[in-house]
Design a protein around this ligand. Structure first.
Ligand SMILES: Cc1cc2nc3c(=O)[nH]c(=O)nc-3n(C[C@H](O)[C@H](O)[C@H](O)COP(=O)(O)O)c2cc1C
Length: 184
């Protein structure tokens, strides 16, 4: 039996009808029961600024560091913005990485799922997230690759999975994520 793991889910889109949010909710629903999945909010954090990173940092940074820091693992779920990751997600990665020596990412592991209404599936965002975390001691699952193309036809407006095969694919991805996390 797999050990329980707490997984923080970070969504790289802030809009209420986001397909990344639909994808995140589907992955949370399909995850094996040993994975305790919790979405952690990132939209209220000011841009990272070292001048503000004192003993009394912005409350939203402290809240994010506390909540994300308590997790064993992270699942990034994001669209692609201009062939990269959305700035809100990069900001969360940066806030979590500081103060130097107190990064919340060290010792965690994770996975990345990206989407796009086009066929590209957010692949460049997926790899930009990997690049942004490569220095942080945060190994990310490499297979299966979660590039969800044609996302507006994978989910309906309510977030139900309506494309044949997608539910099984996403479910298999989360089962592999569970197995992979056991290494850490
Ligand atoms: C600023 C911006 C940049 C975008 N750049 C890309 C892109 O590089 N590649 C892509 O496939 N879609 C791009 N899109 C379209 C998004 O994939 C689409 O709006 C998607 O629905 C956003 O994700 P969400 O539904 O999770 O909010 C971009 C959208 C915005 C707002």
């Amino acid at each position: 039996m797999a050990d329980n793991k707490n997984v923080g889910v970070l969504v790289g889109s802030l809009r209420k009808d986001s397909y990344a949010l639909k994808l995140a909710k589907a992955l949370m629903r399909l995850a094996p029961s040993s994975l305790q999945m919790t979405q952690i909010q990132i939209g209220d954090m000011p841009h990272y600024n070292e001048d503000l990173d004192t003993d009394n940092p912005p409350e939203s940074w402290a809240r994010f560091r506390r909540e994300m820091g308590a997790q064993d693992a992270v699942l990034f779920v994001s669209p692609e913005y201009n062939r990269s990751l959305p700035s809100v997600l990069k900001n969360a990665i940066d806030v979590g990485s500081r103060p130097y020596g107190s990064s919340i990412w060290e010792g965690k592991a994770g996975a990345v799922a990206t989407h796009s209404p086009s066929g590209i599936g957010g692949a460049l965002s997926n790899h930009a997230i990997r690049q942004a975390t490569v220095f942080l001691g945060l190994p990310l699952m490499t297979q299966p690759e979660m590039y969800i193309g044609d996302s507006y036809n994978v989910f309906d407006k309510e977030g139900n999975i309506v494309k044949d095969g997608s539910e099984k694919f996403l479910s298999d991805c989360m089962a592999t994520f569970e197995t992979w996390l056991q290494r850490f």
